[in-house]
Write a protein that binds this ligand. Structure first.
Ligand SMILES: [Zn+2]
Length: 56
């Protein structure tokens, strides 16, 4: 039944206001800093986080 459910993609775009001490780079390892414009999409997997590795 699950294969009949519609796929929904969620995307967002914005500007970094402030970075947490533990966040220094994006999912591809590129450095991030305040005022960078970034985009997030639910269909892009980093392959390293809890959701990618444990909840595939
Ligand atoms: Zn991930």
């Amino acid at each position: 039944m699950a294969e009949h459910l519609p796929r929904v993609e969620i995307t967002a775009m914005g500007t970094i206001h402030e970075l947490a001490d533990t966040t220094t780079c994006d999912a591809l390892g590129r450095p991030l800093s305040a005022d960078d414009t970034v985009m997030w999409a639910s269909s892009i997997a980093c392959g390293r986080c809890h959701y990618c590795q444990d909840l595939r």
